[in-house]
Design a protein around this ligand. Structure first.
Ligand code: ZN
Length: 291
């Protein structure tokens, strides 16, 4: 593991941030619009989200670049602005963080299925390299690969991110199988740990897909398979449909109540995914301080 990641953990579990998409929607991003494009068109709104997480106590914030890879941006006619959108995303988070937090740049899946032949390995590799390079050039402290379901795609992303020389966190989403302990492709935490570490990930973890209760066992398994502190970003419970909109019913306090168990299971970096907000991060910080 990189010395700076080790150093971050010296004073205990590190608090990351919560969801960005829903925060941008509450600031006017239309459902279905490209959130990443807001780095160029509405930088002040993106920065307000970043600032809200810093104020809530995040020691690491991510960037509004989850979908800023060529294969997604091309669908929004933004293929010629990949580098620019990623650069702006890192710069916005950096401005909000100042010296108070680290900026870990977010890299999500391509949205195209390798297994179905929707994309080639070469194109995936090139797309992830392009994004990772832009994020590193803009001064990111690390790269976080999130919401991966296909280990083959995750490995390509990790390898591309590693080429920048930055520390790499790699996360998969476990939301399938009877015990919700497999990715959509059937990958177990142990298989994920082996493949992600072999590809060069410094930290492994899991995000999205299910509520925080299910992350305790997943963290335990990722920790025992890797021997390293685990990165965890859980959803605020399971989504419910209300009036055609997705709602997450869990409160910040209910979410934070699981933090001690999660840390005991090996989580070293804790934050939230879908349905979480700065209020959740505040509750997590409070829980850790009182532990
Ligand atoms: Zn999520």
């Amino acid at each position: 593991m990189y010395p700076n990641l080790e150093k971050l953990l010296l004073s205990g579990p590190v608090v990351t941030d919560g969801a960005w998409g829903t925060q941008l929607q509450s600031r006017g991003l239309p459902v279905g619009a490209c959130p990443d494009a807001w780095n160029l068109s509405h930088p002040e709104a993106v920065e307000a989200v970043a600032r809200a997480y810093i104020e809530a106590g995040s020691q690491i914030i991510l960037t509004n670049t989850f979908g800023a890879n060529r294969s997604i941006l091309v669908k929004h006619d933004l293929a010629d602005r990949v580098a620019e959108i990623n650069r702006a995303g890192v710069e916005i988070s950096r401005r909000a963080a100042g010296t108070r937090a680290k900026v870990f740049a977010s890299m999500g899946p391509s949205g195209a299925m390798l297994m179905m032949g929707e994309v080639s390995e070469d194109d995936l590799r090139a797309g992830f390299s392009e994004q990772a390079r832009a994020m590193a050039d803009a001064g990111a402290d690390a790269i976080v690969i999130e919401t991966m379901t296909d280990p083959a795609e995750a490995r390509l992303a990790v390898a591309a991110a590693k080429e920048t020389g930055l520390p790499v966190v790699a996360c998969m989403t476990f939301d399938s199988g009877a015990k919700l302990d497999r990715t959509m492709m059937g990958t177990t935490p142990e298989q994920a740990a082996e493949q992600l570490l072999e590809a060069g990930a410094d930290i492994i973890g899991s995000n999205c897909g299910q509520g925080i209760a299910g992350f305790v066992e997943i963290s335990r398994r990722l920790h025992s398979a890797s021997g390293r502190a685990v990165w965890v970003k859980a959803n605020a419970g399971l989504p419910e449909m209300r009036d055609g909109n997705t709602h997450y019913a869990q409160t910040a306090e209910q979410f934070a109540a699981y933090i001690p168990q999660l840390v005991a299971a090996g989580a070293g970096f804790v934050g939230g995914c879908c349905g979480t907000s700065p209020e959740f991060i505040q509750a997590v910080c409070k829980k850790l301080r009182s532990a």
